[in-house]
Design a protein around this ligand. Structure first.
Ligand SMILES: [Cu+2]
Length: 251
């Protein structure tokens, strides 16, 4: 599990490690007691089974102890979930729309909108060329986001269910036709973060990667201005990319 580059991803990572160590501790105690009992109360020592029937103390203990453990895990888990869903006070909103098999990014406040499509050369996919470093994880137009700003991300889809997932952001969000899901992110350091559609959305599902380019605020504003200038209307219909078929056939 990556530590990630957002506050939420750190929360998720810490929660994961906390629950992991709780499970390790329970495992050690349970198996410890079990093996100790098997060894010390073996038949060759003449052990006689103890009678625990209707022991109130044992009943109370094995109800209370697991309950305390569960509460101890539920409290931090709930806190993390609440923070994860709190998209208030976002400074920027990006709508992410899933299409078979590309993403559309729509900067709602700025009128900037573009498609992000796999850019791995067909020759690599058809095993006619050596595979690149970011094979199937590279796109023509990455999603550009400013570092340090709270960004609200709305996910939806125009055909089937997709799921927008960049592991280093700490969450994945389904993109469902007719619904809008909300989530947020605040990236801490500049960089390029890669992910993929995490829903089995059809043939060529593996060919819809996600690339997030996190840049400093000034650079982001510059990029946005440039995008506004270059803006040309795009629709899914006028995209002429032919579907990729593994094995070298074309449709
Ligand atoms: Cu998909």
């Amino acid at each position: 599990m990556p530590r990630g580059v957002t506050t939420i991803s750190h929360d998720v990572y810490d929660l994961h490690m906390l629950i992991f160590w709780v499970c390790v501790a329970i495992g050690i105690v349970v198996f410890g007691v079990m093996f100790w009992s098997i060894y010390h109360h073996r038949k060759s020592r003449g052990a006689v089974p103890a009678q625990f029937h209707e022991s109130t103390l044992v009943e109370v203990l094995w109800t209370i102890v697991p309950m305390l453990i569960l509460i101890g895990m539920a409290v931090p888990a709930t806190g993390t979930l609440v923070r994860m869903y709190d998209a208030r006070d976002a400074e920027l909103t990006v709508k992410v729309t899933g299409y078979q098999w590309r993403w559309q990014y729509d900067y709602l406040d700025d009128g900037v909108k573009f498609f992000s499509t796999l850019s791995t050369p067909q020759a690599q996919i058809r095993n006619l060329a050596a595979k690149g470093e970011h094979y199937l994880l590279e796109v023509d137009n990455p999603l550009v986001l400013p570092v340090g700003k709270k960004v609200r991300i709305l996910t939806t889809a125009a055909d089937v269910i997709h799921s927008w997932w960049v592991p280093e952001l700490g969450w994945k969000k389904d993109a469902i036709p007719g619904f809008i899901n909300e989530v947020w992110t605040q990236i801490e350091k500049p960089g390029i973060y890669r992910g993929q559609c995490a829903e089995l959305c059809g043939r060529d599902h593996g060919f819809m990667p996600i690339v997030v380019k996190a840049v400093p605020e000034a650079e982001f504003q510059q990029w946005l201005e440039q995008m506004k200038k270059d803006a040309t209307p795009q629709t899914a219909q006028n995209d002429s990319r032919s579907p990729i078929v593994p094995g070298g056939q074309t449709l």
